[in-house]
Ligand binder design. Structure first.
Ligand SMILES: *Cc1c(COP(=O)(O)O)cnc(C)c1O
Length: 370
């Protein structure tokens, strides 16, 4: 392994071989189920690996004008444009990049159907059920603004659309729960589903995880597709890139304040924000050994803690740590809090060599403000 072009820590390291393992599963799902797979850019938009991903995915889906533009210009293939709400000044440009535009509400559909008359139009449905146990991430939470609920109202505008998007899963690794919720969707929206040509079932299905029953999943997608006569789309974000990326950090200092502590050259708030939002610990492997050490970030936030892990030896200044599963909702969310050095982005190529594709410096920090 060449480490010559490795950037200085902190950096995100995307391992193409691991990414390819997920892509192989996506290929299998496409083949067995007939579903198409679109990368959800809101989870992962690091376009330097799109050359590899586009061989195995049909295109992208987006949640804003910037994302749909990136999808069109950097990924290609089928480009779905969705937004919780389009602004008047955005919609024509979004339509210029997209193959399909999916409106979140009937009111948006009616306002902008004319602007989008040249492309395929769809509407987001909200089935009122979700696999999420975290209110913040539950699209079916009370008073949710994400999609239309009332089948009768949707029936009135059915001639303006040819498909639906339904996104109600969230890191769901339980196939039977997926199956159960899809049955509820069939019951609730069955009549609508027979009237359209395509249905996107969104993201949040953890089908690239260990022991996921892929054959059953694919058979279920296929029977759904045949029952309603629709092309099924999946929009995997996390499932596409899970376990492909690490955040590489270096220990800057150690302390003992009742526990052994190590401070690293990164920050959970700035570089892995979702762990903080969802109150999860980072992952470090193998996490074994006699030394229990709390790994902490270098921002001044008191709770800037990656987690408590086991190490074979005490950590010392200069030690390198790899934080696992750092690909999803990280690079798209990184921020300049505390002015902490922004992690570079590097790729481990299939031959094992490491290529640095982006480094950030003071001018990036300065130009992010005015
Ligand atoms: C967030 C989101 C996705 C991707 O979700 P993952 O959990 O990362 O797979 C797909 N589609 C829509 C509409 C989303 O909001």
């Amino acid at each position: 392994m060449s480490t010559q072009s490795e950037p200085r820590t902190p950096f995100y390291l995307i391992d193409k071989r691991k990414l390819l393992a997920n892509m192989a599963i996506i290929d299998r799902v496409r083949e067995l189920s007939g579903a198409k797979a679109l990368l959800a850019l809101k989870c992962f938009a690091t376009w330097s690996v799109f050359d590899l991903m586009r061989e195995h995915m049909d295109g992208t889906t987006s949640s804003s004008l910037n994302e749909v533009r990136l999808g069109r210009q950097r990924f290609g293939g089928e480009t779905h444009a969705y937004s919780v709400a389009w602004a008047d000044h955005e919609v024509d440009e979004a339509v210029s990049y997209a193959d399909k535009i999916i409106f979140n509400s009937i009111q948006q559909l009616e306002r902008f159907a004319g602007n989008a008359s040249g492309i395929t139009r769809g509407l987001r449905l909200n089935p009122g059920i979700s696999s999420s146990t975290f209110d913040l991430a539950d699209p079916a939470r009370p008073f949710s603004r994400l999609g239309e609920w009332d089948a009768d109202k949707v029936l009135n505008v059915i001639n303006k659309i040819t498909g639906f998007m339904i996104h109600n899963n969230c890191e769901n690794s339980d196939f039977s729960l997926f199956d159960h919720m899809l049955h509820q969707i069939e019951e609730r929206f069955g009549e609508l589903l027979t009237r359209v040509e395509w249905v996107s079932l969104g993201g949040g299905i953890h089908f690239t995880g260990d022991n996921y029953p892929l054959e059953e999943f694919c058979a279920r997608l296929k029977s759904f597709s045949e029952k309603f006569g629709v092309q099924v789309y999946l929009e995997p974000g996390e499932a596409s890139i899970t376990r492909s990326t690490t955040l590489e950090v270096t220990v800057l200092d150690t302390l003992h304040n009742g526990k052994d502590l190590a401070i690293v050259d990164s920050s959970i708030e700035a570089h892995m924000l979702d762990l903080l939002i969802y109150r999860e610990s980072a992952k470090i492997a193998p996490n074994t050994g006699d030394n229990e050490i709390m790994v902490c970030g270098k921002s001044c936030l008191a709770g800037d803690v990656f987690g408590t892990f086991r190490f074979p030896e005490p950590l010392k200044v200069g030690d390198r740590i790899s934080i696992n599963d750092a690909g999803g909702y990280t690079m798209v969310k990184k921020n300049w809090f505390n002015g902490v050095a922004m992690p570079a982005i590097a790729i481990r190529e299939l031959d094992g060599s490491i290529r640095t594709v982006r480094e950030f410096g003071y001018s990036d920090y300065e130009s992010s403000l005015s």
